[in-house]
Design a binder for this molecule. Structure first.
Ligand SMILES: [Fe+2]
Ligand SMILES: [Fe+2]
Length: 300
């Protein structure tokens, strides 16, 4: 089966005044976007091209690891919901919030986004869903924070461990049951060189606790994430050996070849519980095409 992973779409709509007064994080975000030029980092034509490419690839499942929006305003969530309609209407879809989708304090991170994407997010807290030979454990790492420092909510990792227990595969390779389990979170654990992801103000504060859990379990076959807009892959230790950690890079990124910047998504071929191949697609100016030389051959 083929699992299509995209992340960091960053759908943008100009905020209204009311949007800005409801959250200090949004004011900082809006300044970044509209005064410092970050708005031009993402393009609507690329976001629409991503949806077209997903339809053409016709995967068995689509998974998104967050940052659908820039400021988590109603207008942006509405636009992201409309943009992705052909995707969630046609394919099984798994989605979780990114830090940009949680810019306003909420009872549970992602509650606002859940008003539009609830059917594909679950009620909050970690969630385990299975689609054929692939399972997806989505773990919350985002919250409203002025410097975008991520943190799993209290109890999140203990609940995630309990969800792993429900598989009844502790200490075993889920491939024995024909299953590959993807651990999905927005924040990176490691950087592109395999070192702990930083800087301290923008990282996942308790990444070490996530890694300790992963290192103690046999069930996780790969970690999927986003947040860092230039894609990369690395590994973290697992009970059965290194676990691949995969970030395709931003799916809505503007095409700026001079800066070696373009949008990407990946397709994971899963057979009999094994990750057989990673194919990464890059926006080439008019459409997405397989990355020349294979996944990650061109760098970020
Ligand atoms: Fe992002
Ligand atoms: Fe992010």
């Amino acid at each position: 089966m083929r699992v299509l992973h995209f992340t960091d779409l960053h759908v943008q709509r100009r905020p209204r005044l009311i949007d800005l007064v409801t959250g200090p994080k949004r004011i900082i975000g809006a300044l970044n976007l509209y005064l410092l030029g970050r708005r031009s980092h993402f393009q609507r034509v690329v976001q629409e091209g991503l949806v077209q490419a997903i339809l053409e690839q016709a995967p068995d499942v689509v998974v998104c690891t967050g940052d659908l929006t820039a400021l988590a305003t109603d207008d942006e969530l509405e636009a992201a919901h409309a943009l992705l309609r052909p995707v969630y209407e046609r394919f099984p879809f798994v989605v979780q919030p990114g830090n940009h989708d949680t810019y306003v304090r909420e009872r549970r991170p992602g509650d606002r986004m859940r008003r539009w994407f609830g059917p594909w997010m679950g009620p909050g807290g970690p969630r385990l869903v299975r689609h054929g030979g692939a399972a997806f454990l989505t773990v919350e790492t985002c919250r409203a924070h002025l410097t975008s420092r991520g943190q799993t909510p209290p109890g999140e990792l203990a609940k995630a461990a309990m969800l792993l227990d429900t598989l009844g595969l502790r200490g075993r390779d889920p491939a024995e049951e024909g299953l590959l389990l993807f651990w999905c979170q927005h924040y990176p654990l490691r950087d592109r060189h395999g070192a702990p992801y930083g800087p301290a103000g923008r990282c996942l504060a308790d990444a070490a606790a996530v890694e300790a859990l992963l290192a103690s379990r046999s069930e996780v076959g790969a970690v999927l994430h986003g947040h860092e807009h230039h894609g990369f892959r690395t590994t973290v230790p697992g009970l059965r050996g290194p676990v691949p950690v995969l970030n395709p890079g931003a799916g809505g990124y503007a095409h700026l070849p001079a800066k070696r910047r373009t949008a990407h998504f990946s397709i994971y071929d899963v057979q009999d519980g094994a990750l057989v191949s990673v194919e990464r697609f890059a926006w080439q100016g008019e459409r997405f095409a397989p990355e020349p030389g294979g996944a990650y051959a061109t760098g970020g």
